[in-house]
Design a protein around this ligand. Sequence first.
Ligand SMILES: Cc1ncc(COP(=O)(O)O)c(C=O)c1O
Length: 368
Amino acid sequence: MAKERIFLSPPHMGGQEQAAIEAVFKSNYIAPLGEAVSGFEADVRAFCGVPYALALSSGTAALHLALRLAGVGPGDRVAASSFTFIASVAPITYLGATPLLIDSEARSWNLDPNLLEQACQEQPIKALVVTHLYGQCADLTAIMAICDRFGVVLIEDAAESLGAQWRGRQSGTFGAFGVYSFNGNKIITTSGGGMLVGHDEKKMAHAAKLATQAREPVAHYEHCEVGYNYRLSNVLGAIGRGQMQVLADRVAQKRAIFSFYQEQLGDLPLHFMPELPGSEGNRWLTTLCIDPKSGVTPQQVRLALEKEQIESRPLWKPMHLQPVFAKMPSRLNGVSETLFERGLCLPSGTAMDTSDLQRVVAAFRACF
Ligand SMILES: Cc1ncc(COP(=O)(O)O)c(C=O)c1O
């Protein structure tokens, strides 16, 4: 019999989502907005301890809006983590600004504050998009101090880190704006969706207006600026409400999966993604680097797992290595390139049971 496929990070519904969708159907508030979206925003505000939250069609849309609210426009320079998914950086170019790609530090795999500081000393930087990669926080204390000193608007790309904490506070709530994603592979999902959170009432009201084609509050359709169609549907808001009920459990499950891999594979020549002191990541994906002296490459492991119907994935290819961003300015130290060469993401779905995890461990160990 063919083995059941183990996916990297598939959706995991909590049970209440379908009932919430049915309630939306009964009310006929399928669209445009409605109580489920407002409730979902209230759930995120309460969980994250942030005053304003706006449910959107994607995390990418939320990043685009955050940059626009930060006043980013043509000719501006916006610093961003290079070691990330393209959605952290692409919206900078939507606004005609130039991304300045900043490498990682080995101690967190996330943005290197020293490189950021050097970049700020050399040129004016309007905003920073810092990614909390794989659910692990970047060094927010150092990064916030630099942003304060140089007048850089801090935007946290917390797409992968919902539920992660820095000094006891939720990731995404430290910057002027924070962004979460509910894409299908994230710790919780609405099948597709995102959330912009922030602290400034006026700016967040402006974000809500921009997300609905910048319609002025009059009966006829009046527009004084150009906006977007970026709001989340009420049906997806219902899924989000159900998922928020299980978010804390999902964080605990992801962390338990990470610990299991660490216990079972810890004797092999590899190291896992670190966690900075004072932070507690959501361990969205368990990620590790294989020591090249072992003679085993991540590619060999990935293909061996694939033969066993187990999905794994290389670490993100840094943005400064992407052909589309090859000409962008950057501040590099080689860290993210090394991580990309040596790293692998292991299956981290919260619906996996112990026998699934053991299957992954056995297939992984067989490569060494
Ligand atoms: C780091 C990062 N930023 C941004 C995004 C974009 O989110 P979305 O897919 O909801 O547009 C994602 C995930 O897809 C991501 O992993």
